[in-house]
Design a protein around this ligand. Structure first.
Ligand code: S3P
Length: 164
């Protein structure tokens, strides 16, 4: 079976869902952002600030590819779909599930967040980023699961239905 990739905008719960799902189906969960930070020995905010986004995207591509042949659940970063190369890998090598969340719910969840460089921007820029990502998620997801108004157990149950 292909590895599972959880995709979706920042704050959609990819890491939380990935970890809980992994326990239920007895597979390891890999958080790509965490893997990048471990390898680089510094937080993503530092990588963005010193090397820039393009460099981060290259690291993201490297780790995604690395897990493309492993029996794991991968929690991706919200911008993984930005690069066509990543979208290709997600389509071909993973069973990709999109955790679809509304902008309003993201804004509530990420209020005061300082750990995500692309969230530290004016409201209209963040909303434009959100809008621009929707069709990209859609283009590589095999399945969409709605996040808004759902409890975590319900969400897990729905994702599990698609992957088992
Ligand atoms: C990003 C999302 C972040 C992280 C980085 C860039 C994005 O991951 O990869 O800050 O471009 O949307 P989360 O979706 O886990 O917050």
């Amino acid at each position: 079976m292909k590895p599972i990739a959880l995709i979706g905008f920042m704050g959609s719960g990819k890491t939380t869902v990935g970890q809980m799902l992994a326990q239920e189906v007895s597979k390891p969960c890999v958080d790509l952002d965490e893997a990048i930070e471990t390898r680089e020995g510094r937080p993503i905010t530092d990588i963005f600030a010193t090397e820039g986004e393009d460099y981060f995207r290259q690291l993201e591509y490297n780790v995604l590819q690395e897990f493309a042949r492993e029996d794991v659940i991968v929690a991706t970063g919200g911008g993984i779909v930005k690069e066509e190369a990543n979208r290709k890998v997600l389509r071909h090598d993973f069973l990709t599930v999109w955790l679809h969340i509304s902008y309003e719910t993201v804004a509530k969840r990420l209020e005061g967040d300082t750990t995500r460089p692309l969230w530290q921007q004016p409201e209209h820029v963040k909303r434009a980023l959100y809008d621009s990502r929707l069709s990209l998620y859609e283009s590589c997801a095999e399945t969409i699961v709605e996040v808004d108004h759902k409890s975590l157990p319900t969400l897990i149950k729905e994702v599990k239905r698609y992957i088992t």
